[in-house]
Design a protein around this ligand. Structure first.
Ligand SMILES: Nc1ncnc2c1ncn2[C@@H]1O[C@H](COP(=O)(O)OP(=O)(O)OP(=O)(O)O)[C@@H](O)[C@H]1O
Ligand SMILES: [Mg+2]
Length: 1046
């Protein structure tokens, strides 16, 4: 994914998480384990402090540490979970110092600088064997493969770049004692990018392949992987075609180290990988055939043995191996045999073949094998380059990866170490030039005065090695080329003679006594920038010559194998001129490399091997200290720290620390430089602690930065809490807003629904009311559609009302609800029915006694109602059967009247006819007569037949006058009585007499007969009080109060 795409694809939340993760990561890493950047080490000259930091971090699996922009990497010897796609994403597009040190940070920074500045860069990866250089370069390549833009074409290039590694490793790497996958050549790989950052091509340069390995391996080491891969993994057909057997033990070139099998290496599967890689790179079938033909021919060649003939010269006895070599290389056997056993000497324009001794023949054979392999390797590199080449002529920018051998010091150091260490001197020189140059340039650019930096410049050693005519290389070449008996020891003499006084060169002979003890006679010692190395001069001339007898080359030129043909072109050497020596070739390739690198921006990765045992978690102080020294890390640090420990662009510095000053937080309005000035004023930086450049701030001591950083960490936590709180608030507010919106929406919907319901209800109501009104208006018309409903409603309504308001008693019959016109008839019928029902109910509910009582009351009513004033009062007083019991009537009287059946008795007051004196009496009614009884004496008996009538007044008095027929003077006349139970007594009397109109209600006066012919009067009048008296006119006057009408 591209950086751009990443930005687009990454959601805000993911970005926040990533930044948080980063913040936390950098915080914990810095807090927990040492210092991420050695430049900030206060005690920067102390190797021990340096080592302590490295060790501390290593034990926390933090294998990367910076020295400025240089990355120190310690081989963890175990898989760390820090190379995932996620990690790559994390490091993409993030500022170098914002995350814990990582190789991805460096790779990303190089990439982005290249894109933004549109210039070339290289990453120099150095370190001793097994320190992790090749792994580092692969990690970088992978990072670019994942992070660069991808298209179909670009993916093609990317795949080729990636698979070039296993191929080169198969042919150029081998198991050594130090590393199971040791690169036996130096490698510089250019990756070319277009202006959008797409990897569009590549180019590889290889340096000084260790060809000697083809013919000889030390104990515990192997030949190049490809031989074992072919023998172990090659398909049966292929092996048959190559004349090989599947057994490494059969090939003398494979077994000298006695370790053809290595547990950490799977030759079979590596073979498959290489096969696939070759096809991706674009090898044709014939290319692969030829290539493996060569590999097999080297194996066969190794098995070619010589025997001494009678004269002591080498003769060939193994025709089978020769046959295969000849077949595979396409060279006639005869030619081959001749080439291996004879040497061509040119003497006076004549060519003479001189036979070789067995030793020389073996030497020639091995030289041939090395030459074949070495040139094939170069061919392979070229072939890969063809496949990676970008034909497009538009300008590219380049990132170079230099995976080169680091400084090497063994117990015995030989020509190879000399070359390698020379290479490192050159690279150190380059580093010094580039770093100091850039440092100086930066100071100039920033307008800061350049202060001379004390550091060791290794130019003097470079000169010692490479100076024309005087340098060791010149002397070596001279010695190789001069006629006469030159040996390694004569070389030593020469060096002592020519460069004896050089301060960085010492030999046994030149040394003082103390030093001499540490040197052998054949040794010379160079005081390299990284330390002393003692070289044993033995083998220098031979290795430098690397002579392939001339006819060996000529034999090869006859080959039919396309690759060999290509590698040994007929036009090759000027026959007379000797080929360039190894060291001179190496020197010129290094000069070439230096030229390449000088035009590019340098970046460095220094790899360190923590222990010799390839063990995880084991940090060998002595070993690491050794490497720290030999990698020139302290040197590097010193140069970096010579001026200011820390510098950063104003924008970046301000961006990181602006939270520390209220004026710059959260946003600074002015320029970044002013912001920084304000910030550091607030932080109270002392004037000698910093300098303000044009675009950067320079801080002299790390402690100043630490104090700032510590303050920032504290502040960051506080800020984080605040931001968190704000964010939470923001989230909650968002949720609340959403809920509110939702609530409003629901409310609106609900209201809408209710309003619609209400409207429907109203519409319905309007319809109903209209129908009601229409019904009402037409209620009196005959039933129709318009009023049917209304009338039904009216009926129902009336009936319901009626049901609730029915009269409770018969007497309430007038309370019958008034019916609507339409129900008038029905109402009448109902009323009738109901009244009858009530009457029926009433009647059925009545006792006999009550009935009799009521019948009496009816009679009373018919006699007195509306006639006598006090009648209404009597209505509610129930009548009794009698007011005087039989037992209250004197026995004597009873004896007289018993037979007549006493029906009723009541106490009365009798007023004398003369004088109107009141006398208490009993009035007893029998079946036949009325008796006035005084105690035991019947005072008067009036037979009903002789009772003419009874007069009562219309007023409220209780007087009654019984009028009797009085024929006889002796007979007593009419009776004037007063009775409290007047109506009861009279009703009884009326019933007993069965006479209609017996009782007369009169007004004013009643005339009565005192005795026949003599009359008396009773005057009734109303008064204020009830009184009875005899008036002056001799009348009985009865005054009664007016009763209030009911
Ligand atoms: N970053 C790493 N993570 C895990 N293992 C590693 C890492 N780097 C190196 N190694 C282990 O160390 C071994 C040696 O590493 P590598 O081959 O890169 O060393 P080198 O520096 O290239 O050595 P040489 O100079 O011999 O080529 C690897 O095969 C691997 O097992
Ligand atoms: Mg390597």
């Amino acid at each position: 994914m591209t950086h751009m795409a990443l930005e687009v694809k990454e959601s805000l939340e993911e970005r926040c998480n990533r930044i948080l993760r980063n913040m936390e990561a950098s915080l914990t890493t810095r807090d927990r384990v040492g210092i991420q950047d050695f430049v900030l080490l206060d005690n920067y000259t102390s190797e021990t402090a340096f080592l302590d930091n490295l060790r501390k971090r290593f034990h926390e699996n933090l294998v990367y540490t910076y020295i400025g922009t240089l990355l120190v990497s310690v081989n963890p010897y175990k898989e760390l979970d820090i190379y995932s796609k996620n990690q790559m994403d994390t490091y993409m597009g993030v500022n170098f110092f914002e995350l814990p040190p990582h190789i991805y940070a460096l790779a990303d920074n190089v990439f982005r600088t290249m894109l933004s500045e549109f210039n070339d860069h290289f990453i120099l990866i150095s370190g001793e064997s097994g320190a992790g250089k090749t792994e580092a370069s692969k990690k970088i390549l992978h990072f670019y493969a994942v992070s660069c833009p991808s298209t179909k074409v670009l993916n093609n290039v990317r795949d080729r770049l990636l698979v070039s590694n296993p191929v080169l490793e198969a042919f150029g790497n081998a198991k050594t004692l130090k590393n199971d996958n040791s690169s036996r050549f130096g490698k510089y790989m250019d990756i070319q990018f277009d202006h959008q950052g797409g990897a569009v091509g590549g180019h590889i340069l290889s340096y000084l392949l260790e060809k000697s390995r083809v013919v000889h391996q030390n104990h515990g080491e192997r030949n190049f992987h490809i031989f074992y891969q072919l023998v172990e993994g090659g398909e049966e057909n292929l092996l048959r075609w190559l004349g090989l057997e599947r057994n490494c033990q059969n090939y003398s070139y494979l077994v000298q180290g006695n370790c053809a099998k290595v547990s950490s290496i799977n030759d079979k599967s590596d073979w498959k990988t290489v096969g696939r890689a070759l096809s991706v790179i674009g090898f044709s079938e014939s290319d692969t055939e030829h290539l493996f033909g060569i590999i097999a021919s080297v194996l066969h060649l190794g098995n070619v043995n010589f025997e001494a003939d009678a004269r002591g010269y080498a003769s060939l006895n193994n025709n089978l191996e020769m046959h295969w070599v000849s077949k595979l290389l396409g060279i006639p056997t005869q030619v081959l045999q001749q080439g291996l056993t004879h040497r061509k000497i040119e003497a006076k324009k004549e060519e003479v073949f001189s036979p070789l001794t067995v030793d020389h023949a073996v030497y020639a054979r091995d030289a041939l094998a090395k030459a074949i392999y070495g040139r094939t390797f170069n061919w392979l590199v070229n072939k890969i380059n063809e496949s990676l080449a970008n034909m497009d002529s538009s300008r590219k920018t380049v990132i170079g990866l230099l995976d080169i051998y680091g400084f090497e010091v063994f117990n015995v150091n030989s020509f190879e170490q000399f070359c390698i260490n020379y290479c490192n001197e050159k690279l150190q020189q380059l580093f010094i030039q580039l770093t100091l140059k850039s440092e100086q340039e930066e100071y100039e650019m920033e307008g800061i005065e350049w202060e001379p930096v004390p550091y060791f410049n290794n130019k003097i050693i470079c000169d010692l090695v490479e100076e024309k005519h005087r340098g060791i290389i010149s002397l070596l070449d001279e010695e190789c080329l001069r006629p006469g008996e030159a040996t390694d020891l004569t070389l030593l003499d020469k060096m002592e003679e020519k460069i004896g006084g050089h301060p960085h060169f010492v030999t046994h002979k030149l040394a003082d006594q103390k030093t001499r003890k540490t040197l052998e006679r054949g040794d010379f010692r160079l005081l390299h920038y990284a330390g002393e190395v003692t070289y044993c001069v033995v083998g220098f001339l031979d290795k430098n010559n690397d002579l392939l007898y001339r006819n060996g080359k000529e034999v090869m030129q006859q080959s039919k194998n396309a690759i060999i043909k290509h590698c040994f072109p007929p036009t090759e050497p000027d026959r007379k001129k000797r080929p360039e020596t190894v060291v001179t070739q190496f020197k010129s390739s290094l000069v070439g490399l230096t030229e390449i690198l000088m035009t590019k921006e340098p970046w460095y990765i220094r790899c360190i091997k923590p222990n010799e045992a390839k063990q995880p978690g084991c940090f060998d102080d002595v070993l690491v200290r050794h490497q720290v020294k030999y990698l020139g890390l302290m040197e590097h640090l010193r140069v970096r720290r010579a001026g200011f420990a820390y510098r950063r662009k104003y924008e970046i510095f301000l961006q990181r620390y602006k939270a520390l000053c209220p004026d710059t937080w959260p946003n600074w309005k002015g320029t970044a430089a002013e912001g920084v000035r304000c910030l550091i004023k607030h932080l109270d930086y002392k004037p000698d602690e910093y300098k303000m450049g044009r675009t950067k701030i320079f801080i002299r001591h790390p402690r100043t930065l630490f104090a700032t950083e510590d303050a920032f960490q504290v502040c960051k936590n506080q800020l984080a809490t605040r931001i968190q709180a704000k964010y939470k608030g923001y989230r909650v507010k968002g949720d609340y807003q959403k809920q509110k919106e939702a609530a409003t929406k629901i409310e609106n919907c609900f209201r809408g629904m209710m309003a619609r319901k209400e409207r429907e209800k109203r519409e319905w109501a309007v319809r109903i009311i209209k129908r009601f009104i229409k019904g009402f208006m037409t209620r009196n018309e005959p039933a129709s559609v318009d009023n049917r409903e209304y009338l039904a409603y009216v009926r129902q309504n009336y009936l319901t009302r009626l049901k609730e308001n029915l009269p409770k008693t018969v007497l309430e019959k007038d309370s019958w609800p008034t019916p609507p016109p339409v129900l008038r008839e029905a109402s009448q019928l109902l009323k009738k029915l109901y009244i009858r029902h009530m009457i029926r109910k009433y009647v059925h509910g009545m006792t006999k006694e009550r009935k009799a009582q009521l019948q009496l009351k009816v009679q009373t009513s018919s006699m007195f109602k509306d006639k006598k004033e006090n009648y209404p009062i009597s209505v509610c007083r129930p009548f009794l059967d009698t007011r005087i019991g039989v037992e209250d009537i004197s026995m004597k009287v009873m004896q007289v009247i018993r037979h007549e059946h006493v029906k009723y008795g009541v106490s009365v007051v009798k007023y004398d006819r003369n004088g109107f004196r009141p006398r208490p009496r009993q009035l007893v009614l029998t079946q036949e007569a009325v008796y006035l009884v005084e105690e035991a004496k019947i005072k008067q008996r009036i037979h009903y037949s002789s009772l003419k009538g009874v007069s009562v007044s219309n007023l409220s008095d209780n007087f009654l006058i019984l009028h009797v027929t009085c024929d006889d003077i002796k007979q007593k006349g009419d009776l004037v009585l007063q009775c409290d139970f007047l109506f009861e007594a009279l009703t009884r009397l009326s019933v007993l007499t069965s006479k209609q109109n017996l009782i007369q209600v009169v007004q004013g006066s009643v005339r009565f007969d005192i005795q026949p012919g003599r009359e008396g009067f009773v005057d009734f009048r109303s008064g204020h009080e009830s009184v009875v008296y005899r008036a002056k006119n001799g009348h009985l006057t009865v005054e009664s109060t007016r009763t209030k009408s009911r």
